[in-house]
Design a protein around this ligand. Structure first.
Ligand code: FES
Length: 102
């Protein structure tokens, strides 16, 4: 297996205690994940891996995702425009400041 250059963890609102869906899933994070994967493919960024996660504990700023290895925490990723900004940040090497939450 070849290690990915980047790994994007998208909050899927999963909770260990079985609590119903949280903020990010209700706000469409899983649907945006499909757009994210499609856009990465369109840009030829096959070395960027996308995974869904449990609650990232920043619900008040969701939908949220994290980009590694940079450790960029993004919030309010609720549109294709926001996803494009995240991908642009990976390509450029500079964080998308308007969506950075940590
Ligand atoms: S549900 Fe996404 S951060 Fe909590």
């Amino acid at each position: 297996m070849q290690k990915p250059s980047h790994h994007i963890f998208v909050c899927g609102s999963f909770r260990m205690n079985g609590t119903p869906q949280g903020v990010c899933a209700k706000a469409g994070s899983m649907q945006l994940m499909q757009y994210l994967e499609g856009e990465l493919a369109d840009r030829g960024m096959a070395d960027v891996l996308v995974s869904s996660t449990g609650c990232l504990k920043v619900c008040d700023r969701g939908p949220a995702l994290v980009v590694y290895p940079e450790n960029w925490w993004y919030g309010r990723i609720d549109s294709e425009e926001a996803i494009d900004a995240v991908i642009d940040s990976i390509e450029s090497g500079a964080p998308a400041d308007e969506y950075v939450i940590a």
